[in-house]
Design a binder for this molecule. Structure first.
Ligand SMILES: Nc1ncnc2c1ncn2[C@@H]1O[C@H](COP(=O)(O)OP(=O)(O)OP(=O)(O)O)[C@@H](O)[C@H]1O
Length: 263
């Protein structure tokens, strides 16, 4: 578990977030705070509402009720629903990252690796080709992608490399908050371990706040300070990761931890 000093006021606060898809409940009454430098894992079985929650927090989905408050870079805390389109774009392009399970959704598959990283910089106004390429090279190095692959498209990359490229693309703008949706699922165990190591190192080094959705409790254990267990769209239990995993209080969390449930 990374050891990072935490700041005083929350970076993001979810307040009674609720989402219905028609009559189908996505998630209900979810509230929590996250601070800079803090990693929160959201765990639960398939259909428990994890992706819905991530969609609400990142403004991809509109809540049926509740709100998300976010402390902007100027220090002002804002209701995400009340942001202008330009402010929302700034968050999505600069202050937030989003690492997706399927790299094809998080990368531009027809654009070179260097272009994938450089594009995020250009979106925030970088224009100097040499600087952009330099920053892209630097970030490819940090995620352990050899510099001679910079002009290749991610279509030629392995699953692990694609995820590392997604990380570089997201982190190049120095976001404060990164959403991760099952970033290591579907990869071989050894590739997963290397990726988790990399994520863990970068998160600690950069003091990132991360909200990571995972069905894998080992991933939650390795990366997160706090854990939130969800079931049927509701939060069942929340607490420090080691406490919840070593001594779950709720019957459902006990089942989840004891692997009785296929999470
Ligand atoms: N677009 C949608 N339309 C209707 N119902 C949806 C939609 N998206 C999700 N749901 C429902 O909302 C509930 C929560 O789903 P969600 O995808 O958030 O769970 P999850 O924990 O992320 O699951 P998974 O791990 O399988 O992605 C489920 O009952 C699901 O069927």
């Amino acid at each position: 578990m990374p050891d990072v000093p935490l700041s005083d006021s929350p970076l993001l606060s979810a307040r009674s977030l609720t989402k219905y898809y028609g009559r189908q409940l996505g998630c209900a009454d979810v509230s929590f705070d996250i601070h800079e430098g803090e990693v929160l894992a959201v765990v639960g079985e398939s259909g428990s509402g994890k992706s819905t929650l991530l969609g609400l927090l990142s403004t991809e989905l509109e809540p049926s009720a509740g709100q998300v408050l976010y402390r902007m870079r100027d220090g002002e805390t804002r209701d995400l629903l009340a942001l202008t389109e330009a402010e929302r774009r700034f968050l999505l392009r600069t202050d937030w990252g989003f690492v997706r399970q399927d790299a094809r959704e998080g990368l531009r598959m027809g654009v070179s690796a260097g272009g994938n990283v450089g594009e995020r910089l250009m979106a925030i106004g970088a224009r100097h080709y040499g600087n952009i390429r330099g920053a892209a090279l630097d970030w490819l190095g940090r995620v352990e992608i050899a510099s001679d692959r910079i002009d290749e498209t991610p279509a030629a990359f392995s699953g692990g490399m694609r995820q590392r490229l997604q990380i570089a693309r997201n982190l190049v703008t120095h976001p404060r908050l990164v959403f991760m949706d099952e970033p290591t699922s579907g990869l071989d165990v050894s590739v997963q371990a290397r990726l988790l190591d990399l994520i863990r190192g970068l998160v600690a080094e950069l003091g990132l706040a991360v909200i990571i959705v995972t069905h894998d409790l080992a991933v939650a254990r390795l990366l997160s300070h706090r854990i939130m267990v969800m079931r049927h769209g509701r939060v069942v239990e929340t607490g420090l990761t080691d406490q919840v995993l070593d001594d779950p209080q709720e019957a459902y969390s006990q089942l989840l931890v004891s692997s009785v449930l296929a999470a």
